[in-house]
Design a binder for this molecule. Sequence first.
Ligand code: F6P
Length: 356
Amino acid sequence: MRIGILTSGGDCQALNAAMRGVVKGLFEYNKDVEIFGFKNGYKGLIYKDYKQMSREDFSGILTRGGTILGSSRQPFKQMRVPDENGLDKVEAMKKTYYDLNLDCIVILGGNGTEKSANLLREEGLNVIHLPKTIDNDIYGTDVTFGFQSAINIATDAIDCIHTTAASHNRVFIVEVMGHKVGWLTLYAGVAGGADIILIPEIPYDIDKVISAIEKRGKEGKGFTILAVAEGAISKEDAKLSKKEYKSKLADRKYPSVSYEIAAAIEKRAGVEVRVTVPGHTQRGGSPCPYDRVLCTRLGAAAAKAIIDRDYGNMIAMVNGETKRVPLSKVAGKLKTVNPKAQMIKEAKMIGISFGD
Ligand code: F6P
């Protein structure tokens, strides 16, 4: 068997753990398997940049963050657009696949990566997708790998801010990753005891945010912590068309939404606000034990799907069981936070404000 493997899109903590799971699983079933690791995501497949890898190459990497193969962002929208030298990328990927006589390519990545994997499936290649992203926004799986590790890091950041915020009686904003969805901000916000949580799925009203801060003041709490997603959006902005909002963002005088919110609070509530952005630390370091277990299971299940020659699937985790989910059913769909979810209601019940 000849199997290709690549990691694409923004990295996360458990990519190596997942690849290790797949490769170990394959070798347990079939000693003669040959592994072709494509470098830097789809780029490696397009430009035939790969290395043949042994079982040992995937040994000792369970705890290592990042990806031993490298990664790159190859936007799905650009896949059908020829490169600067006129190369047809999709045809180039197919050529690499057929030249190497591959049986299947294992593709680890997020939403965009999944769409491209589905495109390759439609083009007749055998693919298996593994759901990676700290954003947890892949439809069809209960959880993505990287998410739990990122929650730990974002929660640590909020925990650290708590002590200094309390000492100085300040309002603090911790900006959590997630441009399109608020899963990470929601979980880290609740885990870190944030008082206000702002996520893209629940547009905020700045008046409500300020009232929540003032309410805490009246209750004798001198400090307030806000967990704000990168993609948090105000109620007014949520009414704009995509195009209008994009152009508004391009003209924004603040580096991100958190600074804009901080300035509004300072101006209108007359309190000091500090912004902390843990940024890419949320994708870094060693995977947490949960992700190591998740990736070992997903990897083993992916290997079994390959052995069964059951291709064209995402290997998902559904109700605690690994499951083969057809890419045709899930590619292109985003899993967002439901503003009416029980968890949101419960957070509100203990006084957390979502600014709505
Ligand atoms: O999709 C993962 C993610 O970390 C998002 O949470 C974040 O908005 C984005 O990638 C950052 O992308 P980049 O690493 O390209 O700056």
